[in-house]
Write a protein that binds this ligand. Sequence first.
Ligand code: HEM
Length: 129
Amino acid sequence: DVQQTFYDAVGGAETFHKLTARFYEEVAKDEVVRPLYPEEDLGPAERRMRMFLEQYWGGPHTYSDERGHPRLRMRHNPFVIGPIERDAWLRCMHVAIASIDEKTLDAAHRQQLIDYMEMAAASMVNSAI
Ligand code: HEM
């Protein structure tokens, strides 16, 4: 019996598509996070985030095929990310996670996703204020 990935367990591509689409819908309205994005079109950023998360959770490796090693902390260096930006980013992510129904994302997988996002967001902080 093969081990099922987190990616497959939570509904694969469709779920990651929903999650990132809802996340960027929230980012677009957020007056703290939105101004950090250099591009007017959030579509390409949404796609990079989706590819990254799919790869991280055991799905296709398209992110690294296109972008190489993630080096996320380095890629976030151009943006000032303090506690306020971290919390605003996390708020958007919590809304996105909450938008996935319990049948698709059960309590245990949901908690795993939340824990990861909180850890990852904390690790991206590069400014004390
Ligand atoms: C890129 C903001 C945390 C994953 C970006 C970009 C911004 C940004 C402005 C550039 C947009 C673009 O790709 O064109 C933030 C802020 C965060 C945060 C304010 C607050 C904590 C995170 C976390 C993750 C993440 C926790 C992963 C779990 C990514 C990815 C990219 C990206 C994958 C694209 C990297 C690439 O160029 O390949 N982020 N981010 N970010 N972010 Fe974040």
